[in-house]
Design a protein around this ligand. Structure first.
Ligand SMILES: [Zn+2]
Length: 454
């Protein structure tokens, strides 16, 4: 919009002020016109300040865009302000950030979220509905060490990349070791999970890929770090140990940046740094005990597939699930159960739609939502522990994590509104300019975040 348009808009104002008819209408017109003009001037100013009219920056050394997707597990939104994090802030300042954090999918657990990030699918669609669960037909148990392809639905980014005739490299990511479709988990580009590998070694291995001839450098790479999730669980998000872990992650990001700079690729490479979920403090006076519901309905331990924060219950099929839910909620709301008002149970199909947590026969029929920071246990143990947990409703701000994008297609210093992590799949296929699989992300998202092509 240019100044000519502003003048055109202001014309009615001049006309009205010279007219001598009907004074209240004139005043109204005057106010309306003035606010319209201020709105236009303000928006002109706002857009000129916030939206640099730049296009994506051309690649200098690489023949094709390269994306490094980094996950720092349990990096709650806000941790970046706990302590000086100069390297993470370098990415934020010169890149694009979700201004109030990245929204995880429900349940806000590690495996469901990591796999949503790389497939763009909500958990019922990608199949990893919890960190552990049962196949309702065979009774087989999924654990975080299950690598059979039958569990892992959807098309993860590494497979998409290979489908497009390009190569990908995974240095740990849930699902990356699963041989599926065109993805063979090749020895040279697919590391088998081993939590004892030092973070520095993981970064150095990824940097080594940049010593390959440029046309052989994988175009998509993952890096995964277990911290600060590990410390968050042990001691809660506000403990000094978490602060130290955040500082260490910042150092690791610095190692990656410096390595890429030395090799002359930093400006060409796209770095996307995310977490999978946040963390909230828990303490053992904030508990709900299922045994306290015995006067209404007896919940047997072998019905409970997971306790907390995601309560998932699968009674035998001769029980009416609706009846179990009704009796549990009757007890919880009776005022006679300790912290009963902090838990509500649902038939999965009655959960709020926004949670996207019904459309899979792997999801147990009864799901409980517990208030932030509360935990569900079977019975009193007398333990008095404080720590941290995640897995709660993704509406809680404490469950949010970070999103930072830095690279040729991200505007410098841009802030975007918070978004759900299922958008990341389309974002990465757009950056790589490859064809992706259908998913739950929106088509327009990448356009709203990325710079237009030069
Ligand atoms: Zn996690």
């Amino acid at each position: 919009m240019d100044t000519k348009q502003v003048e055109e808009v202001s014309t009615p104002f001049i006309t009205s002020s010279t007219s001598h008819s009907n004074k209240p209408t004139l005043l109204l017109k005057l106010i309306t016109s003035m606010s319209l003009i201020s709105a236009i001037i303000f928006s002109l100013l706002f857009f000129s300040l916030s939206e640099p009219t730049t296009t994506s920056r051309p690649l200098k050394k690489l023949p094709h865009p390269v994306v490094i997707l980094i996950s720092s597990d349990g990096f709650r939104f806000g941790y970046q302000f706990k302590t000086p994090t100069p390297n993470i802030h370098r990415l934020i300042t010169n890149g694009t950030e979700a201004i109030t954090g990245l929204i995880p999918v429900f349940p806000t657990l590690t495996f469901p979220n990591h796999y949503s990030i790389v497939t763009g699918l909500y958990p019922p669609h990608h199949g990893i509905i919890n960190n552990f669960f049962y196949d309702p037909i065979t009774g087989d148990k999924f654990t975080m060490a299950s690598h059979q392809s039958k569990w892992w639905l959807g098309q993860p980014l590494w497979e998409t990349v290979v489908n497009n005739g390009l190569s990908a490299a995974t240095y740990f990511w849930p699902g990356s070791e699963v041989i599926k479709g065109s993805w063979t988990c090749p020895d040279e580009f697919c590391k088998h999970y081993n939590g004892s590998v030092h973070f520095e070694d993981r970064v150095d291995s990824v940097l080594d890929y940049f010593d390959l001839p440029v046309d052989q450098i994988p175009v998509f790479m993952t890096l995964y770090f277990e911290d600060p999730d590990h410390q968050g669980h042990q001691v809660g998000p506000d403990d000094d140990e978490v602060t130290q872990a955040v500082s260490r992650i910042d150092g690791i990001i610095g190692r990656l940046i410096n390595g890429l700079e030395k090799k002359g690729f930093f400006d060409d490479v796209t770095i996307i740094m995310v977490g999978d979920h946040g963390m909230v403090a828990t303490c053992d006076q904030k508990l709900v005990f299922l045994d306290d519901l015995a006067s209404w309905v007896e919940i047997k331990t072998n019905w409970v597939h997971s306790y907390t924060p995601l309560l998932a219950i699968w009674p035998p099929s001769n029980y009416s699930y609706a009846d179990v839910v009704a009796k549990m909620n009757e007890g919880l709301s009776s005022g006679k159960v300790e912290n009963g008002n902090k838990l509500k149970v649902f038939l999965k199909e009655d959960l709020p739609e926004r949670l996207h947590y019904a459309d899979s026969d792997r999801i147990p029929p009864i799901i409980g939502l517990v208030h932030e920071g509360y935990k569900v246990e079977q019975s009193r143990t007398g333990n008095k522990e404080c720590g941290g947990a995640h897995g709660y409703d993704n509406e809680f701000f404490s469950m949010r994590t970070i999103f930072i994008g830095h690279g040729p297609q991200f505007a410098r210093g841009k802030k975007v509104p918070s978004f759900e992590n299922v958008e990341i799949y389309n974002l990465i296929t757009s950056i790589l300019n490859i064809k992706g699989a259908p998913n739950n992300g929106s088509d327009s998202f990448s356009q709203s975040v990325l710079l237009p092509n030069a």
